[in-house]
Design a protein around this ligand. Structure first.
Ligand code: ADP
Ligand code: MG
Ligand code: ZN
Length: 584
């Protein structure tokens, strides 16, 4: 499992048990002689010296920030074997190979190994012949593994991807919960937990679940200034993606995220057919094909991988020039983590997303039909609301992202909203038209329809569906001729995003929510975002008020989301319909 490197490894000889305490000054020497770097990055030095001295640490640092050295160097300097808990079973071999290439001795234990392979690693651990032992969390749970660890000497526990312990997070792994007992069993072994995603709430949850409240917390800035964030209205997403790649990233390596396996396959084919080399990656592919596509992505230049979110955690490819989303992520944490895979080398990169009404509908649907109790669904909706607020904001996207992680920032000048500021406009009347159409269908005709048909009614189109249903006799027929088809689509998208319209999961039909009544009664204004292309032509229609879409849930959401939460919590039941001010 490990190779003795040729010649003397360039690594300090650990003091024997009972020898002098480890020397923090060793850290700089190891950084140079083993890893070949001259200087520490950010807080690496403080973190490393703290752990070498036997302290516990919780490290929040963005992807590419250099978390690995924070436990690798202390593991080398302290006597014993560093035990690294990681959920990335598929990457353990790669990680161990990379360490061996540096002249370190490393091994791993996970479910992919046979007993022979495992015994070799176990013996090496007991003999203290390895520096680092990577363990899958489900291994560490086993009493047999724990007894093995008792018999050897452990220099530290590193808990990588520590957000996996957060129950509401996007990567929850139940086995991580067991890690709370490490401290009881091995009270003298320092623990360092590391993650690249943590809102203030997740941060607190990690500390509590891993019993790291008394540890020293190191929180780096989450800003990734070299990444340009852009979210465009969805309008033929595959074609948009192709145009984006051709115009800005021809020949570059990139990751394209899609929600379903089918759209992963289709998009990869579409790109390949149009001259952009692309391979698919999703959990439904044959293991061999998947591994092959992953390693091609890592090794070849300018390959695009089209993937579900199964792809990417732990993948260290420095020159990913763009990350594109063709579907909306479920949460800001997910979005941040996925986009964070771009530009680890610090060079300019793009996080690009196409987002539209169908995304909101699809995500709300997934939540409504997801297993679990009502509280769970409410939680998922809150995460989605924060993501939607980021999509619909008229303010700096980076500032919104950082606010979500509890960090302050001014306008960045390197996101779409900074570069081409969108306007907010008073969409109250437009909202009343849409909601009135939905109301009249629901209460006068006992019918519900999807967005397309509602728009046709507003535009006064004579489609077969309208004529068959006699919808041209509705009072709202044709009242929306002042806006175009796609403007109405943007209005409806934002109404669903703001919780002013509900989507029925089976048929995608629109329905009113308790909050819709406030709009119809004229008690509530509806600020909307005008998508930039249109803003150029109608600049005079600008309203003074800007919507502040805060995205830090649950710490301090903007009034928009406060209200949204209030009515969700209050009652899910349809209330009697009060005397609306219906648009005539
Ligand atoms: P993270 O786990 O935080 O995403 P890694 O530990 O994988 O990041 O490090 C990202 C990259 O930065 C790696 O290629 C690593 O070798 C490099 N790196 C880390 N620390 C330093 C440093 N002090 N100087 C130069 N490069 C560094
Ligand atoms: Mg890492
Ligand atoms: Zn900005």
């Amino acid at each position: 499992m490990w190779d003795e490197p040729d010649g003397e490894p360039a690594r300090p000889s650990p003091p024997a048990a009972g020898g002098p305490p480890p020397d923090p000054a060793e850290a700089a020497r190891v950084l140079r002689s083993v890893f070949g770097y001259d200087t520490f990055r950010g807080e690496q030095r403080e973190i490393i010296e703290h752990v070498i001295g036997g302290g516990d640490a919780l490290v929040l640092m963005p992807t590419g920030g250099g978390k690995s050295l924070c436990y690798q160097i202390p593991a080398l300097v302290r006597p014993g074997v560093g035990v690294v808990v990681s959920p990335l079973i598929a990457l353990m071999q790669d990680q161990v190979d990379a360490l061996r290439a540096l002249g370190l001795r490393a091994g791993f234990l996970n479910s992919t190994q046979g007993p022979d392979e495992r015994h070799i690693v176990e013996d090496a651990f007991l003999a203290g012949e390895i520096d680092l032992l990577y363990l899958a969390p489900e291994r560490l749970k086993l009493e047999a593994t724990r007894r093995l660890l008792d018999r050897g000497r452990i220099s530290l526990f590193a808990i990588d991807e520590a957000h996996c312990v957060a129950q509401w997070g996007h990567d929850f792994r139940p086995d991580y919960l067991e890690l709370s007992t490490l401290h009881e069993r091995w009270p003298d072994v320092p623990r360092i937990a590391l993650t690249a995603t943590a809102t203030p709430a997740t941060h607190a949850e990690i500390a509590q679940r891993l019993k790291l409240e008394d540890a020293r917390h190191f929180v780096a800035s989450f800003d990734r200034p070299n990444i340009q964030y852009r979210i465009v209205p969805k309008d033929g997403p595959q074609r948009q993606l192709l145009d984006f790649i051709r115009a800005e990233h021809a020949g570059d390596a990139g990751i394209v995220y899609c929600l379903s396996r089918a759209s992963v396959e289709k998009t990869a084919e579409f790109l390949s057919a149009n001259g952009v080399p692309a391979v698919p990656y999703h959990a439904g592919l044959d293991n061999r094909v998947r591994a092959e596509n992953q390693s091609r992505f890592l090794r070849e230049d300018g390959l695009v991988v089209v993937a579900t979110i199964a792809f990417g955690m732990g993948i260290d490819k420095p020159d990913v020039r763009f990350v594109a989303h063709l579907d909306l992520p479920k949460s800001v944490e997910g979005y941040y983590q996925e986009t964070g895979r771009a530009g680890r080398d610090g060079l300019p990169s793009t996080a690009w997303m196409a987002y539209g009404l169908a995304d909101v509908v699809q995500q709300r649907k997934l939540i409504q039909t997801s297993p679990g109790d009502e509280a769970h669904r409410r939680r998922l909706n809150q995460h989605l609301d924060a993501m939607l607020a980021l999509c619909e904001t008229v303010e700096c996207r980076r500032a919104g992202l950082l606010a979500y992680f509890g960090q302050e920032a001014g306008e960045c000048g390197n996101c779409d909203t900074c570069l081409t500021p969108p306007e907010s406009w008073d969409g109250t009347v437009a909202a009343q038209k849409v909601l009135s159409a939905v109301y009249r269908l629901q209460h006068e005709r006992r019918q519900r329809f999807g967005a397309g048909h509602i728009i046709d009614i507003l535009l006064g189109k004579h489609t077969p569906k309208i004529d068959e249903n006699g919808h041209d006799s509705l009072k709202v027929f044709g009242v929306g001729a002042d806006l175009r088809d796609r403007d109405w689509s943007a209005v409806i998208r934002q109404l669903v995003a703001q919780g002013l319209l509900d989507v029925e999961p089976a048929y995608n039909t629109l329905g009113l929510t308790p909050a819709s009544a406030e709009v119809l009664r004229g008690e509530r204004k509806v600020p909307l975002r005008r998508d930039p292309e249109r803003a150029a032509r109608t600049r005079s229609a600008r309203t003074a008020s800007k919507t502040r879409a805060a995205v830090d849930l649950p710490a301090g959401a903007a009034p928009l989301f406060e209200r949204l939460r209030a009515w969700r919590a209050a009652t899910a039941k349809e209330q009697g319909v009060p005397a609306y001010v219906i648009f005539h």
